[in-house]
Write a protein of this length. Structure first.
Length: 256
């Protein structure tokens, strides 16, 4: 959950798997490698085969690793990384014609399903974790190299692995129109989940600090979606007889 705060989990579903110790961060950063993570995985993954099955097994970790930012608010049974990426891909598929006429939407859908793949081994590092952006980037790049070379390098001549690695890097570089759009979708999915958790918590949990991401959305079409979510959120809290919070300068604006 790189666009907001939380607790890192490098493991699968254990509550404190992979949490970082802030007092020992320099040691943690210097020692983290793909191999140190793999050493703690009981069954491991067979490498350098012509089968995609080991890669398929690795993907299970995306299903069991929770999105860390929500845990800080006491939402323990929260979405997984794959939950987040799945809905992102659906949002991308439903982009209006004004978007699809300009972008390669199939590539955007694939990018949505790939962009957080490195978190299968790295975990969901957030800005409040004692890991620098540079260190986070190193871990994720090395993980994608491992996935695309060690696990997929011999499958189908390595073509699928190279394609996945390229699409992931495109998202990270944030230079193409497709990658910028998927970044907007990433933020939009978070806003939807924010509202849904507030609704499920009967407005006992205020997640308003996540509203800041709306100001980073560039696409006019996605800004319109975000405005609709904010209106829905205001109505939810009004019916509950409460006032919800907003991060500074994130009051909903009519983008229509």
């Amino acid at each position: 959950m790189a666009i907001d705060e939380g607790t890192q989990t490098n493991g699968a579903s254990e509550p404190r798997a992979g949490q970082l110790d802030a007092s020992n961060v320099n040691v943690q950063q210097s020692r983290w490698t793909v191999q140190t993570v793999l050493a703690d995985i009981e069954h491991g993954y067979q490498e350098s085969t012509d089968s995609p099955i080991p890669f398929f097994h690795l993907l299970e970790r995306l299903k069991t690793t929770k999105r860390a930012g929500w845990r800080r608010f006491g939402i323990e049974n929260c979405e997984s990384i794959s939950d987040h990426m799945y809905r992102m891909s659906i949002l991308t598929m439903l982009a209006p014609q004004s978007v699809t006429s300009k972008l390669d939407i199939l590539r955007c859908c694939r990018m949505a399903l790939i962009h957080d793949m490195a978190e299968a081994l790295v975990g969901d590092i957030t800005p409040v974790d004692p890991v620098s952006k540079e260190e986070k980037s190193r871990r994720e790049s090395e993980t994608m190299d491992y996935i695309c070379t060690n696990l997929l390098g011999k499958f189908n001549g390595g073509l699928n692995g190279k394609d996945i690695r390229h699409i992931w890097q495109e998202y990270e570089d944030s230079e193409t129109p497709e990658s910028l759009f998927v970044h907007d979708i990433d933020k939009m999915e978070l806003l939807l989940q924010m509202l849904e958790y507030e609704r499920s918590q009967k407005c006992e949990t205020d997640l308003g600090e996540f509203t800041w991401v709306s100001q980073k959305i560039q696409s006019p079409e996605i800004k319109t979606w975000a405005t609709a979510v904010f209106r829905e959120r205001q109505e939810l809290w009004k019916k509950a007889g409460k006032t919800c919070s907003w991060r500074a300068d994130t009051e909903p604006k009519d983008e229509a």
